[in-house]
Design a protein around this ligand. Structure first.
Ligand SMILES: Nc1nc2c(ncn2[C@@H]2O[C@H](COP(=O)(O)OP(=O)(O)OP(=O)(O)O)[C@@H](O)[C@H]2O)c(=O)[nH]1
Ligand SMILES: [Mg+2]
Length: 303
C-alpha cells in the first residue's frame, strides 16, 4: 500500500516505512547513532565494549518516512548463555530488516567478522550500507575508506554520530531503499520497548560508567517496580545484580558512595527521558545465576 503525507521536502514522493538493522563490532557507535537519529537518548552508551545486550527499536519519524531502527549488541564470539542471547538478537535483527547498516570504526578497519555478516545479508538479498563511523576522530578521518576489495555493498558512507556529519546523506540512502508503506507507529512514539526497559538500561549504563574494569560485565539490572500512578513523580525500585559478595562490596563502595553515584547518574537520565521527577531506590544484590540461566536472562529482558 502507498500512502502520501504532506512533506515540504517532496510532497509527491510515496511514504516509506521499514526496518533498518545497525550492525557492527562492539564500540562501533551503533547506540550513539540510534540516539542521534532519534534526537533523544534511549540507548545506553559507554566507552566499554558490549554495552548493548539486546535488541532495541528506535522509531525515527520524519516527513515522508518512518525508519524503524534496530540497535543490536556488538558482533562478538563467546559461548556463555548471555553471549548466545546477544548473538541471537543480532541474527533476529538481520532476519527482520529491509536494510542493514554495517558500521565500521575505520581506524580499526574492515575485519573478517564484517565480511561474514556481509555475506549472510547478501544471501538474504538485504541491501547493506557500509558506514565508517566516528569520523570526527582524526584516526578515523585519516583511515582509508572505503576499504579495498569489499564487494556486494549497496553504498559506502562516512558519518559522525557525535557531530552529525554525513548523517543526512545516510538517512537519504536508507529511506530510498525502504519499502513504500504507511507508518507503523504513532509519530510521537520513540521505541517499541516499555519505558521501564529503557530506565533499567540507564541504570546499567550508569553502573558501567561508575564501576571500573571487569565488574560491568558481571552485572545486570532487575527492575522491581516502575510506578507511574503519580504523573509528576515516577517511583522506581531496581536491584543491581552481581555474581559474588566481593563484587557487591565494590558496587556498594565505601559508605555506599558508589551505588549512590550510580543512582544519581541514572536518575538524571531517566528524569530527562520522562520529563518529570523520579524517585529511584537502588539496591545491590548477589545473584550468582543471573547470566547462566535462559529463563533468568529472559526475565531481565535479554531474550
Ligand atoms: N568521537 C566519537 N565518539 C563516538 C562516536 N560514536 C560513538 N562514540 C563513542 O564510542 C563509544 C561506544 O559507543 P556506543 O554507541 O556505545 O557503541 P556501540 O556500537 O553501541 O557499542 P556496543 O553496544 O558495545 O556494541 C562511546 O564512548 C561513544 O561516546 C562518534 O561519532 N564520535
Ligand atoms: Mg550499543
Amino acid at each position: 500500500m502507498t500512502t502520501r503525507v504532506t512533506s515540504e521536502a517532496d510532497e509527491n514522493a510515496p511514504h516509506r516505512c521499514g526496518v533498518v538493522a545497525l550492525l557492527g563490532c562492539p564500540n562501533a557507535g551503533k547506540s550513539t547513532l540510534l540516539n542521534h537519529l532519534l534526537g533523544e537518548k534511549i540507548a545506553a552508551v559507554t566507552p566499554k565494549p558490549q554495552t548493548t545486550r539486546s535488541q532495541l527499536m528506535g522509531i525515527v519519524t520524519r516527513a515522508g518516512s518512518q525508519i524503524l531502527v534496530l540497535d543490536t549488541p556488538g558482533l562478538h564470539e563467546g559461548s556463555k548463555p548471555l553471549d548466545v542471547a546477544m548473538r541471537d538478537a543480532v541474527t533476529r535483527a538481520t532476519e527482520d530488516c529491509d536494510v542493514a547498516l554495517l558500521l565500521v570504526d575505520a581506524a580499526q578497519g574492515f575485519e573478517p567478522v564484517h565480511a561474514t555478516w556481509l555475506a549472510r545479508l547478501a544471501k538474504r538479498g538485504v541491501p547493506v550500507l557500509l558506514v565508517a563511523t566516528q569520523i570526527d576522530r582524526p584516526e578515523c578521518a585519516r583511515a582509508p575508506w572505503p576499504p579495498s576489495g569489499v564487494e556486494g555493498v549497496a553504498a559506502t558512507l562516512r558519518i559522525s554520530a557525535r557531530t552529525g556529519a554525513g548523517v543526512e546523506a545516510l538517512l537519504a540512502a536508507i529511506v530510498s531503499r525502504l519499502p513504500e508503506g504507511p507508518p507503523h507507529f504513532p509519530a510521537d512514539q520513540l521505541t517499541d520497548r516499555p519505558l521501564r526497559f529503557v530506565a533499567a538500561e540507564f541504570v546499567r549504563e550508569a553502573a558501567f560508567l561508575e564501576l571500573s574494569q571487569e565488574l560491568p560485565y558481571r552485572l545486570a539490572v532487575d527492575l522491581i517496580e516502575f510506578d507511574e500512578r503519580d504523573p509528576k513523580l515516577t517511583r522506581i525500585r531496581a536491584n543491581l545484580l552481581v555474581e559474588r559478595d566481593s563484587q557487591k562490596r565494590i558496587a556498594i563502595g565505601s559508605g555506599g558512595e558508589r551505588v549512590r553515584a550510580i543512582g544519581t547518574r541514572a536518575r538524571r537520565d531517566i528524569e530527562q527521558l520522562l520529563g518529570h521527577q523520579v524517585y529511584l531506590e537502588l539496591r545491590v544484590k548477589v545473584d550468582p545465576a543471573w547470566a547462566k540461566q535462559a529463563k533468568r536472562l529472559k526475565s531481565l529482558g535479554y531474550r
